[in-house]
Design a protein. Sequence first.
Lengths: 267, 428
Amino acid sequence: MTVPSTVSANRLTSHRAIVWPRLRSAGLAACAFCVGIGFLTAGIPANLTTASARTADAERGRALYDQCKRCHQVGSGARHRIGPQLNDLFGRPAGSLDDYRYSRAMRAAGSGGLVWTETALDAFLQDPAGVVPKSRMSFGGLAERDDRADLLAWLRGFSGDRSGLPPAEPTFTPEEFGIDPRVLEIRGDPEYGAYLAGECTTCHHATGTDQGIPSISGWPADDFVIAMHAYKLGKRVHPVMQLVAGRLSDEEIAALAAHFFSTDDEP
Amino acid sequence: MNQINKNPGLSRRSFLVTTAMATSALSAPSVLAENRPRVVVVGGGAGGATVARYVAKDSGGAVDVTLVEPTRAYYSCFFSNLFIGGFRDYASIGHSYGDLAANHGINVVHDWAVSVDRDGRSVGLAGGGSLAYDRLVLSPGIDFRSGSVPGWDLSAQNRMPHAYKAGSQTQLLRAQIEAMPEGGVYCMVAPPNPFRCPPGPYERISMVAHVLKQTNPTAKILIVDPKEKFSKQGLFEDGWQRHYSGMIERIGPDFGGDSVEVRPEAMEVVIDGEVTKVDVCNVIPAQQAGRIAAIAEITNDAGWAPVVPHTMQSRADENIHVLGDASQQGDMPKSGFSANSQAKVCAMAVRGALTDSKVFPARFSNTCWSLIGTDDGVKVGASYEATDEKIAKTDGFISQTGESAEVRKATYEESIGWYEAISADMFS
Ligand SMILES: Cc1cc2nc3c(=O)[nH]c(=O)nc-3n(C[C@H](O)[C@H](O)[C@H](O)COP(=O)(O)OP(=O)(O)OC[C@H]3O[C@@H](n4cnc5c(N)ncnc54)[C@H](O)[C@@H]3O)c2cc1C
Ligand code: HEC
Ligand code: HEC
């Protein structure tokens, strides 16, 4: 992965921040967004990246949002995916949408008074695990203040007036990874999935918290199936997960998807 | 999808099950408890805690599970090297049994199992009394083979610790390393194959070097090794060169590593007749299945308990299953990950035999991470399947030398996630 040295040096300032750009994104076949960010950040004059009194650049924020896209939808018709939809985010209490299954930690943060203001979001995006420990959002964080400001400027456009929003973009599609879309039609046996999941919970914490290995609990089946086939086909590169997915049949992946969709916070 | 259906024979066990099922709809839980099939698990470590938890959890209370374990807190060997290296505190590798009892209704009995009546199907306890079982699961870990290192026996473990069962031994070894004189010598007598955690001794060497490099940089590390080769050798040697150049010397069998004697009183190590004075001597003797397996008379000449890969049943007794380090199963390394993996297959087989739950094909996996230095983690892993003869490796991977610092750091972070997850998978 080619990331300009300035970017990686800055990322070193946050312990968690290093988690994201490394393997998780490097593991994605095209690594479209890490190169994209590198390119964009590199293109910004030094005085701009360091100055605090700059105007946030929503267009740039839109590109940064690529990092959130695999888990979240925003825009007209946005639905909950791995993460909740992000329309009308500004001003809403954390973990407050009725029809999304948040982690216990996120719900507790919301009932404890965390509201998604600009400041709160800035802190959360800098260090998600620091602001909401044991949340299920497996994302290392954005170390650069300007990146966060630009991303939030763009996201703000989806709060308030709901007319004329651009349509929500899909999270992963099977085509991106050359996966036969018919695998999404297979209905898995959750009981078989529960047995097979025994292998996964040795590494993926059963409560879905991310403490070095990402959460896979509560994922929509489609996203789950696509992620697993991407590893199986070697389109996502990670030695452990390629080994794990490599021996699973299409039916077994569907069974696991059915199981993990139904797993919630607590044992 | 393949499904092996359990044999619906009319054994006493299935009779018990039927009764339990029939009463469950009608009568009070206390009556039910009397009639539930009974599983006794000996050993509350990686294999035993997992199997107890999965049988209890997945049967939803239909099986009565008792876990026999003498200690009140389990200190894991996995990550105990990181405690020695100063990367973990002691409390973080300790686990109590309270959640297993509270969350899953497991009866935890703090005692030693001292006898097994295979015909009468009961286990005798050191504190007196016995526990009847329909299925017995043994996961007692390892014991040391006496006489494997001349001059060393268990009475010498305070002068020359093994630290190969975690707990006070681990603390002792760390304290001895901290107390080494400036420029002193730490010596490890490494074990012959097969032993628990193939990369364990060499991860330990890395952690000892990490500590000494900071606190006692002129100290020396000596490995006396009876083995030609060892796990992840290329990765460790590369790492030692990069982090601890000049500190570590390994004496393999060609130079007498297979002919060693120790003198605990004098703190001497005699290698191929030559006497060396050392300051810390970490003796990791040859190993065999935990004693209770031999007492149950299910071990072979090498001291391990052969098992049927599909179910982890003892080859000598179908009512006994053996897990983890004590079992002789085939290609899987003796690791906590392996024991946990085997336990899930075993739990499924036990439930299938005692209740009418579905039984799926056995499959196993293992990954072992090792920490070589700060943020320098490596891993090796494989997947396995059950054949009639053994648990057979199907595929695998290993970290490469020359990986970027980012990859190594990510690998270390994964291992932290793994430790949290597997601990919860055993004890929560
Ligand atoms: C230094 C070191 C580092 C390691 N690192 C790793 C690692 O990174 N990853 C990994 O996967 N594995 C690692 N291991 C290996 C791992 O610790 C073992 O393979 C694992 O603990 C085996 O599980 P087990 O259930 O067979 O035995 P154990 O976990 O040892 O459990 C056995 C339990 O049985 C109890 N017991 C014994 N006899 C009786 C009896 N008669 N009655 C009642 N109870 C009894 C004991 O008290 C003990 O609690 C490491 C080991 C060492 C020594
Ligand atoms: C790997 C998947 C993933 C990625 C990538 C991700 N998120 Fe999330 N996000 C989640 C999940 C899952 C939750 C719910 C967390 C919980 O319940 O603990 C969440 C929650 C949130 C919340 C709280 C929403 C609420 O309703 O309380 C915000 C805000 C958020 N994410 C923003 C972002 C932004 C902005 C990005 C990109 C910089 C991003 N996320 C990247 C998975 C992800
Ligand atoms: C040995 C540890 C280990 C085991 C066992 C394991 N995983 Fe993973 N898994 C990982 C790691 C590490 C990652 C992060 C990989 C990456 O960066 O691409 C991961 C990533 C994933 C992801 C993608 C997560 C994301 O945020 O995009 C999914 C889905 C997944 N695993 C599912 C599974 C399933 C299902 C199983 C069991 C059949 C399983 N894993 C078993 C370690 C493991």
